[in-house]
Structure formats: C-alpha cells, structure tokens
Design a protein around this ligand. Structure first.
Ligand code: PLP
Length: 407
C-alpha cells in the first residue's frame, strides 16, 4: 500500500508508528513546564533548586474563595452548568468589568472557560486556517505562536523591543496587516517581559485599525491587576470602535492565585459568542460547577488579598531588578506589570538557551530562556519573581558566583 506522506516534513510518521495529523508536528509547547519538571526531578535527586521559572503566584488562593467552592460541593453543585457558564458568574464578571474597565458588557457575551489559555485556543481556531495570517507578540506567551501554526495559519510576529519597554509600536503592527490578516493578538501587561503598553500606543493602533475593518483583535489582559508605580490598566474593551471585533481574555489564575482551578473568562463580539459557545460544547461541555461558585466569591468578595499579593510582587520587583543589574553581563529594565523580569544577557556572551540550562544544572536556579517566547527573545532570559525575597537574593547570588567562576 502506498504510504501517505504528511505535509509537514519535520513530522513524518515512522513505519509502525501511529499516523497522527500533520498539524501535530506544528504544535509547540511551553518550556516553563519542561523547566519545572526538570527542576522537580533535580530536587527529588537531592539538589536544592530555586525556581524562578514558572509563571504562577507563590500564594495560596484566599480562604473565602476556597470556602465558597467547598460550600458549593456540599450544596450539591455537582452537575453540568450551561456551556457558557452560570448566569450568576457571568453577571459577576460583567459587574467586575464595569467596576474596573468602566465598560458595560452584556453577560450574554461573557464566556466562562477552563483557564485563560482556552480563550486563545478558541480564538485562533475560529480564525486560523491555511491562507490566513495572525499577528502575535514576539517575545510573547509561547502558546500564541504554537496554536497559530497548529491551525495552519501564518504566524506573523510583532517584534517587541527592549528600547520601547517591550511595548509594541502601533506602526509596526499596522504595517504587518495584509488582506489575509484575520486576528491580532495583544498582551499588556505582558508575559514574558513585564512590559506595559502606554495608552498613546493603543490609541494610535486603534486609530489605524479603522482602515482594516476585517481584522479582529484578541486582547490578553490576564495580568491586568498586576500593575506598578500607579499605572492604570488600559483595556482594549474601552475602545468603542473595536467593540464589535474584540475578544477580551482574562481569568482568575493570576489575580486570585488560582492557576490550578482552571478558571478563565472571555468577552466576545455579539456575532461570535454563539460560535465560541459551540466550541465549549464540543470541547469541555462546561467549567467545573463548584469552581464557578468560587469564581463569584473571588470577584464579589474582599479584594485585600489581591492587593497584598500585588504589593509583595512590587517589593520583589525592586529587589530583583536591582540585583539583576548588579550581575556583570546582565542589564534589566524595570517591568511595569505582571511578575516577570526580562534581563538582557548578551553581555555574558552565552546564548539564552545555553544559559538557562547552565543556570539550572550548575547554579541550581530555574529560569526560562527568552527563545522559549519566540525568536526575538534571543539575548534574554525570563525571571519569574513569584518567589520569596530571600530566595530571589540567594538565586541572584548563585548566578553572580556562577558567572564569575567562568571568567
Ligand atoms: N495569557 C498569558 C499572557 C499567560 O502568561 C498565561 C499563563 O501563564 C495565560 C494566558 C494562561 O492562563 P491560564 O493558566 O488561566 O490558562
């Protein structure tokens, strides 16, 4: 029998191996999870590792949120909910959006999903196919590029530059739009850089997008509550002219230290919400019913734990940036949001991926190579400062000692 060739030369099926779809060969990954697994294995083997690799708050979910989930289980919230989420939770989300973004949204346009990632997966699936182009930030959250390529669309990077504080430049976004462009992905505050896009840059972009009414935007605002130095969050939802082509991505993972609960939400244009809901029905049916009750408690309950967590991150941010700038060969601008620093490491003369491996294996410090976030991440590593000040200082000391010994 003639062997059917896959389209992707990098992913031929081996004789005797399952013949998976060619798209599987285009699916990337999130290296932070690989680093986490390796660091854990090293710890189990007796090494002391300081983990500045993984992007999750090192705090527990506030107790009143946990209690709401426990109560929900005791009260019998054990069955399916509507695929788009319970009305009570969608109303709580709409209320929160009104409070924080000053925009009134219809709870009917809100979708509850199992984590922020699901929104980006669905948005890209909705628009991506061979012949389509999707713009995404680079360096940026690695799943954007991965899923775009998986969909068959062309992944068009929007380069982010250190000299701009890792904000995009509106003109660089607009000049990449072609008749094939269907979606632009934006992320502020950003992973992996901590960059925050200034309002004027958003203004310029939105103004320019008026000439491209065929292009939709997905705004990943999952770090919107983690802003420093009095910065205010600029939500793309605030731009009236984009309302009918904007997908807002947010969720509970980062704000409420709920990464393991798998709780996210999105707001979709009226014309797309039914399609997005259909993706939910085909994929996961609905989000865990008890977790949805916890989501209401998170949004409507006291916010002091969120404020305390952000204040702790801010304190660590100052420490990490100062320490990084004291390492010969490193240079680090101050991140305006999220909980990541993205130091330039070109001065060490070591490629980013090699430095990531050396720091883990030889210094016992887990970081993530900038190249894990796209080609424009070469020359940088990501440091997650979701760790104690004591550990951050110890890690920086280890990096300094390790580099000094190589000179
Ligand atoms: N968007 C960005 C920019 C992220 O950094 C992350 C997680 O690291 C997510 C989305 C996904 O969040 P979740 O864990 O809720 O899927």
């Amino acid at each position: 029998m003639t062997k059917i060739q896959t389209l992707d030369a990098h992913h031929p099926s081996e004789p005797g191996q399952p013949h998976v779809a060619a798209a599987m060969g285009r699916l990337g990954t999130e290296t932070a999870f690989d680093v986490l697994a390796k660091a854990k294995a090293m710890e189990e083997a007796g090494r002391h590792i300081i983990n500045l690799g993984i992007g999750q708050p090192d705090f527990l979910t506030p107790p009143h949120i946990v209690e709401a989930a426990v109560k929900a289980l005791r009260d019998g919230h054990h069955g399916y909910t509507p695929a788009n989420g319970t009305l009570a939770l969608r109303e709580a989300v709409a209320e929160d959006i009104l409070l924080r973004r000053k925009v009134k949204v219809d709870p009917g346009q809100v979708l509850i999903v199992p984590g922020g990632k699901v929104t980006m997966f669905f948005a890209v699936l909705m628009f991506g196919e061979p012949g389509a182009e999707i713009l995404y930030p680079n360096p940026g959250f690695p799943i954007y590029e991965s899923v775009i390529k998986f969909s068959g669309a062309k992944a068009v990077p929007i380069p982010l530059h250190e000299k701009n504080g890792f904000s995009f430049s509106a003109s660089e976004v607009l000049e990449r739009i072609t008749p094939a462009t269907r979606l632009i992905i934006l992320n502020s505050p950003a992973n992996p850089t901590g960059g925050v896009v200034p309002r004027e840059e958003f203004d310029r972009l939105v103004e320019g997008l008026a000439a491209h009414p065929h292009v939709c935007v997905m705004s990943d605002e999952i770090y919107c509550r983690m802003l420093y130095d009095g910065r205010e969050h600029v939500s793309l939802l605030g731009y009236e002219s984009l309302r009918d082509r904007l997908i807002l991505l947010d969720g509970w993972s980062k704000t409420f230290a709920m990464t393991g609960w798998r709780m996210g939400y999105s707001v979709w244009p009226k014309t797309l919400i039914d399609k997005a809901t259909r993706l939910c029905i085909n994929c996961h049916s609905c989000v865990n019913a008890a977790a949805q009750q916890a989501g209401i408690a998170a949004l409507r309950g006291p916010q002091d734990a969120v404020e305390a967590m952000v204040a702790a991150f801010d304190e660590r941010r100052h420490v990490v940036v100062k320490e990084l700038n004291a390492i010969p060969g490193f240079r680090c601008i101050e991140p305006g949001g999220a909980f990541y620093a993205f130091p330039n490491i070109e001065g060490t003369g070591i490629p980013a991926r090699k430095l990531q491996d050396m720091l883990l294996e030889e210094a016992g410090v887990a970081t993530v190579s900038g190249t894990s976030f796209g080609a424009y991440g070469e020359g940088y590593i990501r440091i997650s400062y979701a760790n104690s000040i004591e550990n951050i200082r110890e890690a920086m000391g280890r990096i300094r000692t390790f580099l000094a010994a190589r000179r």
